[in-house]
Design a protein around this ligand. Structure first.
Ligand code: 0PR
Length: 391
């Protein structure tokens, strides 16, 4: 094929894809997602550095340096001690799986537990259900109290001699609520249990909310019983998909899960991740967003989404037939409608192009950076039309 023909083919493929996927990149009416379209600089990085594979770090030593700086930054956000170690993962699900894996193996090594049980809050993400299944761990799901936090007394009662670990959530998928990590930490220390915190969503919000003057929970390594924490970069930070990480209190905790891969170009390569091949683009974009653009970038995103959350809550409260399911503490809102089921409401709104999700027994909105006040105004307008039509 001549160069020109190749160029024609190239252009045709891109044009066809632009038509085929034209509605898939804008997030215009997406109120159900914890991801946002990445900023222009991240898109450019995705284009230019697509060949970098952190699964073989010896080939990409400069990117490895950026990766280490990103990890150190995330560890710092979580108040990790200087003994920390960690890994960039593909996101919250992988980090939670690795955390549960460490809990299982640490408990086998330190407490001799062969067939263990792990304790999850009912608010825990589905990735924990997958993790328990994959790791052959029995799971016990603990109900929440009236504040949607895991019931600490019920956790205490569930702990038995086979318990390998407890999980706490810092920014739950359905409510944004943070469990009482300090109480879980006390329990973990008292009973010599592994405590993993899922801060996939909250981990990159709380530190900045605090800087903006809000009261935020202590969810990280300030709690001495916490052994590992999940924190994602493809959520509020807006970095490229896939992007997440797991940070451990110390290397000692990871020694039963870390794998040496001696045949790679750097024969001292060690992996803490499930995945081998990993994109460098996500790490480079995260480095730029965290280090290059400076704190004002993320502070602005967090501030905006917090203000829009407040605005949306207010607008929803003004509608008679709508009831708020909880006062939002992060950028997640739940509501119900006295006039129709959540399923019918979501279906009607979808006809108008809006994507919402149902979580537990409320309709959920996640206010990410693409959800602006203007988007909310349009949404409230359509919501009122749907409700008035139904009268
Ligand atoms: N932990 C928490 C607290 C989460 O909310 C999520 C995902 C995970 C772990 C898993 O993270 P990964 O999806 O990175 O593996 N939370 C979102 C959710 O389930 C994920 C999501 C993102 C869903 C974008 C839809 C969407 O359009 O709502």
């Amino acid at each position: 094929m001549s160069y020109l023909e190749e160029e024609k083919t190239f252009n045709k493929i891109i044009d066809d894809l632009m038509v085929l996927l034209k509605n898939e990149d804008s997030y215009n009416q997406v109120l159900s997602s914890m991801c946002s379209p990445p900023p222009k600089i991240a898109r450019e990085i995705a284009k230019i550095f697509a060949a970098i594979n952190l699964g073989d770090p010896g080939l990409f030593p400069e990117t490895v340096k950026l990766e280490n700086e990103v990890l150190a930054h995330l560890a710092d956000l979580l108040h990790a001690p200087s003994s920390w170690t960690g890994a960039i993962t593909s996101g919250g699900s992988e980090s939670n799986l690795v955390g549960c894996w460490a809990a299982r193996n640490w408990s086998k090594e330190n407490r001799g537990i062969e067939k263990g049980k792990i304790i999850f809050p009912e608010s825990a993400h589905v990735s924990f259900e997958k993790a328990a299944d994959l790791l052959n761990l029995e799971s016990e799901w603990i109900p929440l109290n009236d504040n949607f936090q895991v019931d600490i007394e019920a956790v205490k009662e569930a702990i038995d001699y086979r318990t390998v670990g407890i999980v706490g959530i810092a920014g739950a998928t359905g409510t944004g609520v943070c469990d009482d990590i300090n109480a879980l930490s006390d329990l973990a220390l008292e009973k010599n249990l592994y405590l993993h915190v899922d801060a996939a969503h909250g981990g990159t919000i709380y530190p900045y909310l605090k800087k903006l003057g809000h009261d935020v929970p202590k969810y990280g390594f300030e709690n001495p019983g916490v052994k590992s924490v999940t924190i994602d970069t493809h959520k509020i930070l807006g970095s490229l998909i896939p992007g997440g990480s797991i940070i451990f209190r110390s290397e000692e905790i990871t020694k039963t899960i870390i794998k040496s891969i001696t045949y790679l170009s750097d024969s001292s390569t060690k992996q803490l991740t499930i995945t081998g091949t990993r994109p460098g683009t996500s790490v480079i974009a995260t480095w730029v967003l965290l280090k290059n653009l400076g704190e004002s970038y993320i502070l602005e995103r967090v501030k905006e989404s917090f203000e829009v959350t407040k605005y949306l809550t207010q607008r929803l409260k003004e509608i008679d037939k709508i009831e708020i399911a909880f006062e939002p503490s992060l950028n997640i809102i739940g509501f119900t409608c006295s006039q129709m089921t959540n399923e019918d409401l979501v279906k009607e709104l979808l006809k108008k192009g809006w994507h919402l999700s149902i979580y537990s027994n409320w309709t959920r909105i996640v206010v990410m950076s693409h959800v602006t006040k203007e988007v909310i105004d349009k949404f409230i307008n359509d919501l009122e039309i749907v409700l008035n039509k139904e009268m």
